[in-house]
Design a protein around this ligand. Structure first.
Ligand SMILES: Nc1ncnc2c1ncn2[C@@H]1O[C@H](COP(=O)(O)OP(=O)(O)OP(=O)(O)O)[C@@H](O)[C@H]1O
Ligand SMILES: [Mg+2]
Length: 397
């Protein structure tokens, strides 16, 4: 195959890139559409939270939602959490400003800009200064980002409501957000709802996200509608291969398609990786099972580098031992007691390493006493990469 045909490869195994065809998410897109239409009609609903494993399509779904929101004339703010409160506040204020500039309706845009000046000119003097919330003292006035943000959101939402619009804040990797900023945002969502103002947080993150939210504010349970992003059905997976290929001028034969559907197990990232590798390995259309097989090493390389290697390297030595024991214990959720037994250590002595791995976003606790990988296929990768270390062994003797 020549270079120009490779250049036409329609599969995009990169995190957070909108695929040519977003398959299997029609119900989610419809739900968002309904929320947008209801906002135009003046109804105020709950925020929206999506959780799911790595590579399941959370980021691209948020991109898609943002696109829909913009086409309904909503004010759209997009940001990613990173755990640093200072940077997160800066990013949120910055994005709010940018979103204001992007509003098409000139009169509304001016009204929104006034909201910024109004909040900027306010002074906060509550007598109590909490150094931890990043307060700055200026001419005896105390300003805090939390108050400023709440007032700003309130002002903006009020203006937007009058124009049958609303403020949609899309936050990716929400489970990583600093407690300070996340707590503030949940509080704002709560109070805007009480005031019937159209402010919506639409967040995405790992499966532990709903737990993170309720641990921080118990009422978070009622503030959002929660959705779990699951693997795609076989039909949707097949479309995920077939549609982009067809649009780029090629097809798969039946055997190739069913092999690809089986190998990708409904994980969108896998579809992109196997699709891209097969395309590059094929020299004719329809693409055959030979092409699928020739492309496998490249697909695995993409998966290793895109999903596994860097995450594995991020863990500590003990963290890796822990994950190796998890991989040996099973492919889905495994009992922490079983992992401890395999490591030859009391379960209680492993709490820290477990929490570290959860914080790093490598594992999560689907149920009490159980752990699972956040990355699909991580267990298989570990077994492939570390065949000797998955056996039970003694440590620190
Ligand atoms: N519904 C879909 N149909 C086809 N391809 C998809 C779909 N959803 C996601 N993809 C593709 O799968 C890959 C992973 O998607 P995305 O980055 O959104 O996952 P994620 O859940 O955000 O992963 P992570 O947790 O690592 O951030 C991307 O290449 C994306 O284009
Ligand atoms: Mg993502």
């Amino acid at each position: 195959m020549d270079v120009s045909t490779k250049a036409l490869n329609p599969f995009r195994p990169g995190s957070g890139k909108l695929p040519r065809d977003l398959v299997g998410r029609d119900a989610d897109m419809e739900r968002m559409e309904q929320l947008l239409v209801r906002t135009e009609l003046g109804f105020v609903d709950r925020g929206v939270i999506y959780s799911g494993l790595r590579g399941m399509g959370k980021t691209v779904l948020l991109l898609q939602f943002a696109k829909q929101a913009r086409s309904h004339g909503m004010m759209v703010v997009q940001c990613e959490a990173n755990g640093d409160a200072r940077k997160e506040y800066d990013a949120v204020f910055h994005e709010l400003m940018m979103a204001t500039q992007r509003m098409r309706d000139r009169a509304l845009r001016e009204a929104l800009k006034n909201a910024f000046s109004y909040v900027k000119d306010l002074s906060f003097d509550f007598g109590i200064i909490k150094a931890t919330v990043g307060t700055q003292s200026q001419d005896g006035q105390v300003r805090t980002d939390a108050y400023r943000l709440e007032l700003l959101v309130e002002e903006l939402s009020q203006q937007l409501k009058e124009c049958k619009s609303g403020l949609f804040m899309f936050v990716d990797e929400l489970q990583e957000m600093s407690d300070e900023v996340l707590g503030t945002l949940i509080g704002i969502q709560h109070r805007m709802g009480q005031q019937d103002l159209p402010f919506f947080i639409v967040g995405a993150g790992l499966p532990n996200l709903p737990g993170v939210l309720t641990r921080l504010r118990s009422y978070a349970e009622r503030l959002f509608s929660y959705h779990r992003l699951e693997a795609l059905s076989e039909e949707a997976s097949a479309l995920g291969f077939r549609n982009p290929a067809q649009e780029a001028g090629r097809s798969f034969d039946d055997a190739a398609l069913s092999e690809l559907v089986e190998r990708s197990m409904g994980y969108p990232y896998f579809i992109q990786a196997y699709g891209a590798a097969t395309w590059d390995a094929a020299d004719a259309s329809p693409m055959s099972i030979d092409a699928v097989e020739r492309g496998l090493p490249e697909a695995w390389r993409t998966l290793d580098h895109g999903l596994y290697v860097s995450r594995w390297q991020r863990a500590s030595e003990l963290g890796r031992d822990y994950m190796a024991a998890m991989a040996a214990a099973g492919t889905e959720a495994v009992d922490t007691a079983d992992v401890a037994r395999r490591l030859g250590r009391p379960n209680s002595s492993l709490t820290n390493v477990r929490n570290q791995l959860i914080e790093l976003g490598l594992i999560y606790a689907p149920r009490r006493g159980q752990v699972a990988f956040t990355v699909p296929g991580m267990d298989a990768y570990i077994k492939r990469a570390l065949p000797v270390r998955v056996e039970p062994y003694e440590t620190e003797e």
